[in-house]
Design a protein around this ligand. Structure first.
Ligand SMILES: O=P(O)(O)OC[C@H]1O[C@H](OP(=O)(O)OP(=O)(O)O)[C@H](O)[C@@H]1O
Ligand SMILES: Nc1ncnc2[nH]cnc12
Length: 194
């Protein structure tokens, strides 16, 4: 039986990396005022993990192990468009709690709550459906990757606007040099750090 660290190392070995995606030298470069330099980050593709069912099963098991330990116990899983949707429902089904999506602007029907955030060039908006998270519900927010923290901190704001309590954020990968976790007041757990 392999240890938790063995499983995480196995996952790390199955995340494919691409140096110049989506565009050579332009996207996935981050300006961080903290470290006062331009960082070029390889694109980390979580989909490669899902090409091998045994590795995907390992990812699911590890995420569930972390999610089950969150206090107060998780009552709702929220995940961020789009790669977060690979993970959120897997955990929600096992924990027998609802799954709620946060999507990019204009993708969710019905009444929505919106929060905008700044990107290196421009602005983006994330949305959640009104009433999808209940008042005081203990929420776990899930995503594949934490970079600058813009997406995850905006997701926290949306959950809080609906009256939910962010118990923790869980990501598979964290680009630590970008210090994204400093944007988030809730606990942040990452499985793999680069
Ligand atoms: O910490 P941040 O700087 O906000 O970056 C992290 C976000 O970037 C990626 O999503 P992306 O917007 O590329 O969308 P996708 O999942 O639809 O590919 C990733 O899935 C995270 O949600
Ligand atoms: N380096 C990266 N790889 C994959 N997705 C990302 N989203 C933001 N930065 C990323």
């Amino acid at each position: 039986m392999s240890s938790l660290q063995d499983k995480i190392n196995l996952l790390k070995n199955h995340v494919n990396e691409y140096p110049d995606f989506p565009k050579t030298g332009i996207l996935f470069r981050y300006y961080s005022t903290e470290v006062k330099c331009i960082l070029r980050c390889n694109y980390r593709d979580l989909f490669s993990v899902f090409q091998e069912p045994e590795i995907a099963r390992t990812l699911r098991d590890v995420l569930i192990e972390f999610a089950a330990k969150v206090t107060p116990p998780v009552e709702c899983i929220v995940a961020v468009d789009a790669r977060g949707f690979l993970l959120g429902p897997l955990i929600a089904l096992e924990l027998k709690v609802p799954f709620v999506p946060i999507r990019k602007r204009g993708k969710l029907p019905g009444k929505v709550c919106s929060v905008s955030y700044t990107l290196e060039y421009g602005e983006d908006t994330l949305e959640i459906q009104e009433g999808s998270v209940k008042k005081n519900q203990s929420v776990l927010i899930v995503d594949d990757l934490l970079a600058t923290g813009g997406s995850l901190s905006t997701a926290c704001k949306l959950v809080e606007k609906l009256g939910g309590k962010v118990a923790a954020c869980l990501v598979v990968m964290e680009l630590t040099q970008l210090k994204g976790r400093s944007q988030i007041s809730a606990d942040v757990v990452s499985l793999i750090q680069y």
